[in-house]
Design a protein. Sequence first.
Length: 246
Amino acid sequence: MKKRALILTTAFVGFLAVRGLAQLSTADQLAVDAYRSAIRAAQSGRSSRGIETAFVALVSTRDVLMQVRNGQSVLEALPDEDFQRLRRELVGAVVNRDEVVFVKPDPDYFIRLAAARGDRADRAFFSALKATYPGGVWPVYVDQQTDYSGCTRFGSMTLVGSYRRWLDFQREFPGRYAASARKEIDAVSEHLVTSTCACGDLASADSEFQGFLQAFPASPARASIEQRLNALRAGRSDIRASCVGG
């Protein structure tokens, strides 16, 4: 009888492993399931702010899957079969672990969903996201050069344009997608303040810095960018022209 109970228990565990993602912890699986439930609700159109709720759930799921445990992210540690199943389950996400590991929202998917089921804030947010990440992975102000690195497109005014785009979104829709909009603003500021790899010449960096300072005189990043501009003009800049990132 005990032997039969053991066989039944083992079979039941195996059944659960087939149904779920066997290598995910319970907490990991709950995050995945929360997103799947949220995106279904968003697709139905019956949930108020359902698309925003689904997007926030996807961000949480990404954070879970990118956690490093025993030297590997959760995503990297999955057996291939489970990884492929996870990719299918995360509708609306771009999931990759080939050379570069990431989980990102698919702007095209969410633009279509927002057009069909969303409100003005949803449509504006995903329009801004698509403009910032035209291919879904790299921001418009970075030129990809390798699988994992690129140079900053100083002088293209894409940093200035992206900063303005997200500030405008914040002002028009206060409280909507707040953390994500703030993250995009901070990402632009970070590039302006710290990037040392310019795709073009140093004059391009001068142009972008000056354009930013003129457009956003009240920006919290103003002082740091002024310092970079002064250092550039004094010949003390750490920015590398025609740089290859990596």
